[in-house]
Structure formats: structure tokens, C-alpha cells
Design a protein around this ligand. Structure first.
Ligand SMILES: Nc1nc2c(ncn2[C@@H]2O[C@H](COP(=O)(O)OP(=O)(O)O)[C@@H](O)[C@H]2O)c(=O)[nH]1
Ligand SMILES: [Mg+2]
Length: 403
């Protein structure tokens, strides 16, 4: 399953985002380090379901379909808040990085309203500096990589010597178990222009550049500018997109999304996560406080930013950063069903450049072993096993019958 890690300083709203996206009630509070261990939960990525195009009523099994929106499960991890000096053991160091690197993609949540100070304590909105907060956390990650390599300098040289391998291979070896792959190491070497410099001759500066490049290449990361409902956030948002570009910053109000999902669950509103509107079902049943809260969400979030940004951030991370495609395997191409008659039962997230064989493998290793050919259900054309899957493909896989 695709894994999304939530990182950021304390009190920026990571747990609120996590709770909204998973609608679980993990503990929320203003104290630093409330989340001591990572929290794992099930969230969903949203895509336009093919049921609309085929004009058919589906009954999904591995995912769910709400009014033509297919929601496919992903794993969400709420990581402990990172504060300055964490890499040096003051915070949670190694354990943190290991979990962060076990994610496919990261959401770096920042408090765009500037309601936290340098240590992550809640202050009057507008006093904090979200751009600085972002760099503080990113710097922690870079420093962790730097220290990790520094502490293993002898070991790296020993590995190169005894195993007769080159530097990238030796580095891969010491990084094994952390989720850092050889490819990432090679890319980082290139990016920091250190491909031709002998490791034994690296200066402190070189190691810093390399660590920074390694962080950049390690996991794609989306900036989630949270607390956009607060007035002080607008000005900071301008600063953020100036610094990072509009493409990489998603405005968000995790609190608003949490309120809406709770209201939806309680039957007060009709709201589909990710949609740019919600509807109050029965105004008379609401208390004044509830009315006020919903009108706050309507004015301060939907009126200004179109959406709460929670679902949008997850979608963006999966479809834009990871470039995943959604593929619907079926057994019966006429009914678009599985062997039990379930219509469009499954939707799979497939990484870019996956083939139909990869899809077969993902469904069942047996299916891959007995694979004969696949059919594009839309065109009824036979597909070779190395056909590269596209988004929204509906595929029938034909396998030899097991004896
Ligand atoms: N105004 C506003 N407050 C928020 C929002 N998201 C979270 N908060 C508040 O920020 C505080 C810290 O939230 P929490 O999720 O515990 O932060 P974490 O330490 O990053 O996990 C809580 O008081 C939340 O209610 C938001 O979108 N808008
Ligand atoms: Mg938290």
C-alpha cells in the first residue's frame, strides 16, 4: 500500500490532519511531543471512478465509491513533531528518520498562520515564521544524514576495502534498512557534483552538500500550509509560494476538514471529502454553536480557498508527486465484474511505467505465473505483458487454469 508520512514541527496540526484524513480520534493537544510514537492510519486517495464513463453501478471491494468518486486506501503516518536538535539525539533522531524514510512520499505540514514559535509552542497568530519553520525541519533531516555518514566514515571505508566495492555501493550498504536506495545515492552524488571526488578527500562542506542532495532525492515532499482559516495566514501564504512556488504548496485547514467529517458522520451535513462544497441537511437540528462553526468553515475556508486541502494534498502527493495510475482489473469484460459478479471490484494504484505483468503480480503471484495475455476492456484489444499501464485502464487478465 502507498505510504504517506506527515512531518513538521510540533503544533502545526499534523495530528489534526491525520485525524481528519482517517477520521480516527488520536489524542490532540497543545503540548510538544504528544505524539511520541508514530501513529498509523488508513486514509484514502480520491479519483474519478470509471463507473461514470461506463454508466454502470459498481460495488467495490478493495476500495469504495461515493457518487462516482473512487476512494482507494493509502497508509498515513503521523510522525512525532521535529524540533531543532532532534538529529543530535535531543529528540527522536534515528527512529524518526527510519519511519519517515519508510514512507513513499512526505507531507511537510507547516503552520501558515504563524501561531507557533521556534520551539513549537503556541503563540499569538502572526508571530511565528512558517518559512523559517520549514527550513528548520528540513535542516534537521539534512543534519541527520550528515551525522549518520560522519559516524560511519570508518565503516564505509572498511566496506569499500574489504568488499572491493565503490563508494555508492558502500554507502548503500551502511544505509540498508533505512529505505535509502542505491539510485538515490547516485542521484545525490550527481546533484552535489561529487561523483569524481574521493570520499576520503571530502571536506565538511562536501558532506553537507551531499546530505542536502540526499534529503532532496530521498522522498518527494509536498508542503501543506495549514491553519489557512486564520486571517494571519494569507500574508504568510504569499511568502510561502514566493519561496517554494505555487505548485509545491497546498493551502489547508485540517481543523475545518475534521469538523466537516465529524458533522458528516453525525448526519448534519452532506460532504464528500475533496469536494468544493458541503450542504447543511437540516438547519433546525443544529445548535447555534454548530451553525457558527459551519459558517466559519464556509466563509473562512471554502469561500477563500475553495476546499479544506486535506484530500487535495493526499491526491496531489499520490498522483502528482508519485505519478501513480489507477487501474481496474476485471475478470468478465462484458459485466466489468469479478467471478462473484462484483462490478469494478478493485482499483489498484500502480507506479509509473508498470506493466500488465506488474498488475498481475500485484493481484496474485499465481496470476502472474499463469499469465497468458491481457485485454484492454475499452477497446477489446489484446495487450502484451509488457504493455505500460495508463491511468483509468480497465484490464482483463487471462491466465492458464491451475491444474
Ligand atoms: N485554526 C486552526 N487551528 C488548527 C488547524 N489545525 C490544527 N489546529 C490547532 O493547532 C493545535 C495543534 O494541533 P495538532 O494537530 O495537535 O498539532 P501537531 O502537534 O502538529 O500534531 C490544536 O489546537 C489544533 O486544534 C487549522 O486548520 N486551523
Ligand atoms: Mg501531534
Amino acid at each position: 500500500m502507498v505510504r504517506i508520512g506527515i512531518i513538521g514541527k510540533t503544533n502545526v496540526g499534523k495530528t489534526t490532519f491525520f485525524n481528519a484524513a482517517t477520521l480516527l480520534n488520536a489524542k490532540i493537544s497543545n503540548y510538544p511531543f504528544t505524539t511520541k510514537t508514530p501513529n498509523y492510519g488508513r486514509a484514502y486517495v480520491q479519483t474519478l471512478c470509471v463507473c461514470r464513463e461506463f454508466k454502470i453501478k459498481d460495488n467495490p471491494k478493495n476500495s469504495t465509491c461515493i457518487e462516482g468518486w473512487r476512494f482507494i486506501p493509502v497508509e498515513l503516518i503521523d510522525l512525532p513533531g521535529l524540533i531543532e536538535g532532534a538529529y543530535a539525539g535531543k529528540g527522536l533522531g534515528n527512529q524518526f528518520l527510519k519511519v519517515a524514510m519508510s514512507s513513499d512520499v512526505l507531507l511537510h505540514v507547516i503552520d501558515a498562520s504563524g501561531s507557533i514559535d521556534e520551539e513549537g509552542k503556541i503563540v499569538e497568530p502572526g508571530r511565528g515564521d512558517p518559512v523559517k519553520d520549514y527550513y528548520q525541519v528540513e535542516n534537521e533531516l539534512i543534519m541527520w544524514f550528515k551525522r549518520f555518514i560522519e559516524e560511519r566514515k570508518k565503516r564505509i571505508e572498511k566496506v569499500m576495502d574489504s568488499r572491493k566495492v565503490d563508494f555508492p555501493e558502500a554507502l548503500r550498504f551502511v544505509f540498508s534498512g533505512t529505505g535509502i536506495k542505491l539510485n538515490t545515492i547516485l542521484e545525490a552524488l550527481k546533484l552535489s557534483d561529487l561523483e569524481d571526488k574521493k570520499f576520503s578527500e571530502w571536506k565538511d562542506e562536501d558532506l553537507k552538500h551531499f546530505s542536502s542532495a540526499l534529503r532532496q532525492r530521498a522522498r518527494p515532499t509536498l508542503i501543506v500550509a495549514n491553519k489557512m482559516d486564520l486571517p494571519t495566514a494569507s500574508e504568510n501564504y504569499e511568502k510561502l509560494i514566493k519561496e517554494f512556488g505555487e505548485r509545491f504548496v497546498v493551502p489547508c485547514s485540517a481543523d475545518a476538514e475534521l469538523a466537516l467529517r465529524k458533522a458528516e458522520r453525525a448526519g448534519m451535513v452532506k460532504y464528500i471529502p475533496g469536494e468544493e462544497t458541503f450542504k447543511i441537511l437540516d438547519e433546525q437540528k443544529l445548535t447555534d454553536k454548530q451553525k457558527k462553526a459551519l459558517s466559519y468553515v464556509s466563509n473562512r475556508v471554502f469561500g477563500k480557498w475553495l476546499r479544506t486541502g486535506v484530500q487535495f494534498a493526499i491526491n496531489f502527493a499520490v498522483f502528482k508527486l508519485l505519478r501513480m495510475n489507477v487501474v481496474y482489473p476485471v475478470l468478465e469484460e462484458k459485466k466489468l465484474a469479478d467471478s462473484h459478479g462484483n462490478v469494478l471490484p478493485d482499483a489498484y494504484l500502480m507506479p509509473p511505467d508498470s506493466t500488465v505483468r506488474d498488475l498481475a503480480e500485484k493481484i496474485h503471484s499465481d496470476l502472474a505465473r499463469h499469465f497468458i495475455y491481457a485485454v484492454d476492456v475499452r477497446t477489446n484489444l489484446r495487450l502484451p505483458e509488457n504493455y505500460i499501464l495508463r491511468d483509468r485502464d480497465v484490464i482483463k487478465i487471462v491466465a492458464a487454469r491451475k491444474k
